[in-house]
Design a protein. Structure first.
Length: 375
C-alpha cells in the first residue's frame, strides 16, 4: 500500500513537471487573461467614478450673461419664454422637468445703496419665522445672499431658493435676482427634489458675467433699432411703469411722466420707482421719489412696525383705489404713504419722499394719472 501511494505521488510530480515544461503556453495564456480582466475591471471602475459628460448652456441679454453646465443630453434649457410654473418675472428663465427658474436684474437699497449695505440691512433675524436658511455666500467670486422660500398660488405651492447676486458693474446697487423652484410644485416632493445631486450640481455651476463679446452686425442693427424706438417713445411723452407680482397676484402700474420736471423710472418685480431726477446716475437711496410696491399682510406689518412719528392723513384716490394715508419717519427720511388692499390679501403701498404732491404739482400729476390694473 505504501509503495502504491509513493508511485502515485511520483506520477503526480512528474505530470506537474511535464505541464511546466511542455504546457507553458497554457499557463501564460491564463496569466494574460487574468491581467486583461483586471485591466478591464479597472477601466470599468474608472468609468464609473468619472464625472458624467456635461454641456454648456448660456444666455446673453447684451448686458450680462449667465452660463451653466448641464448633464449632456439633458432637458435643462435657458429660455426667454416664461414657464407657467413660475410667476416671478425675469429676462431669462430656466425650464426643466425638475426645476424652473427666473433670472433678471433688480435694484435694491441698503444703508448705502450697495450690495454690502443690502447684506447688512437684511439679516436672518429680519425674517424669523417666514424665511429659512438665510445665508450669505459667494456665487463664483460675487457676493450673494440666498434664502429658502415657499410660494403659494392657485396652482399649488412652489418650493425653492431666492438668490440676490452682486452685479455693480452695470450700475450701483444692481443685483441679479434669481428664483429657482421645484418644477412639479408638489410640497411633499420638494425636499427630495432639492436634495437631488443633479439639481444641486446644476445650480452650483451657474456663472454670471458682464457681457464682453462683440456684437454681430445683426445684433448691432437690432440694438440701434431698439434705441431708436426707445428715443421715439420718450419723445412722444411716455407712459411709464411696470408689473409687480407677489403671492400669485400681479398688477400693472403706469403713470404719465411727460409733464413737468425730470423723472427717471426704474421698475423691478417688487417696486416701481418714479425718481424725481434726470437719469439713473442721479438716482440714490435718498433721492426724491414716488414708489409703488406690492406685499402681503406680513410685509405690510413688518414695515409699519418700524415707522416712527406716524400721523394719519386724509384718504386719497389713486388709480381708482380709495387708499388710506399717513406720514411717518423711516430710515432717516420723511415719508407720505397711501395704502390699501388691491387684491385678496395683497396690499399696495404708494410711498412719497421729498416730492411735493399738492394740487397742480408734478408729484400730483404722477399720482392723479396713475393707472393700477390687476392682471
Amino acid at each position: 500500500m505504501r509503495k502504491k501511494f509513493l508511485a502515485i505521488a511520483l506520477t503526480a510530480a512528474f505530470c506537474m513537471g511535464a505541464l511546466s515544461a511542455c504546457g507553458g503556453s497554457d499557463s501564460n495564456d491564463t496569466a494574460d487573461t487574468t491581467e486583461a480582466a483586471t485591466e478591464a475591471e479597472a477601466t470599468t471602475e474608472e468609468a464609473t467614478e468619472a464625472e458624467p459628460a456635461t454641456e454648456e448652456i448660456s444666455f446673453d441679454n447684451g448686458s450680462w450673461k449667465v452660463t451653466a453646465q448641464a448633464p449632456e443630453g439633458s432637458s435643462y434649457v435657458f429660455t426667454e419664454n416664461q414657464p407657467d410654473t413660475i410667476k416671478t418675472p425675469g429676462s431669462v428663465f430656466i425650464d426643466s422637468p425638475k426645476i424652473v427658474g427666473s433670472i433678471g436684474t433688480k435694484t435694491v437699497f441698503g444703508d448705502d445703496k450697495t450690495f454690502d449695505g443690502m447684506i447688512k440691512f437684511i439679516t436672518a433675524d429680519d425674517y424669523t419665522g417666514t424665511i429659512k436658511d438665510f445665508e450669505e455666500l459667494k456665487f463664483g467670486d460675487r457676493d450673494a445672499i440666498k434664502y429658502e422660500y415657499r410660494y403659494g398660488s392657485g396652482e399649488g405651492d412652489l418650493y425653492g431658493y431666492w438668490y440676490y447676486i452682486d452685479f455693480p458693474e452695470l450700475y450701483e446697487g444692481c443685483m441679479i435676482e434669481m428664483v429657482v423652484a421645484v418644477a412639479d410644485g408638489k410640497p411633499e416632493s420638494t425636499e427630495a427634489t432639492f436634495a437631488d445631486e443633479e439639481v444641486k450640481a446644476f445650480i452650483d455651476s451657474l456663472k454670471f458675467d458682464v457681457s464682453s463679446g462683440e456684437a454681430t452686425s445683426t445684433e448691432e442693427a437690432s440694438a440701434d433699432e431698439a434705441e431708436e424706438a426707445t428715443e421715439a417713445a420718450e419723445d412722444a411723452g411716455p407712459v411709464n411703469g411696470g408689473e409687480l407680482s407677489d403671492n400669485g397676484v400681479t398688477i400693472s402700474v403706469e403713470s404719465d411722466t411727460s409733464k413737468g420736471g425730470d423723472w427717471y423710472v426704474d421698475a423691478t418685480s417688487f417696486t416701481v420707482y418714479y425718481y424725481n431726477v434726470p437719469t439713473k446716475d442721479d438716482a440714490y437711496s435718498n433721492s426724491p421719489r414716488i414708489q409703488v410696491s406690492l406685499g402681503d399682510q406680513s410685509s405690510f406689518d413688518y414695515y409699519a412696525e418700524k415707522q416712527e412719528n406716524v400721523v394719519d392723513i386724509e384718504n386719497r384716490t389713486i388709480g381708482g383705489l380709495d387708499l388710506k394715508g399717513k406720514t411717518y419717519s423711516y430710515v432717516g427720511m420723511e415719508w407720505t404713504e397711501y395704502y390699501g388692499i388691491v387684491s385678496g390679501e395683497e396690499y399696495i403701498r404708494i410711498q412719497i419722499s421729498d416730492v411735493d404732491i399738492a394740487d397742480g404739482t408734478d408729484g400730483a400729476n404722477i399720482l392723479d394719472n396713475m393707472k393700477i390694473e390687476v392682471k
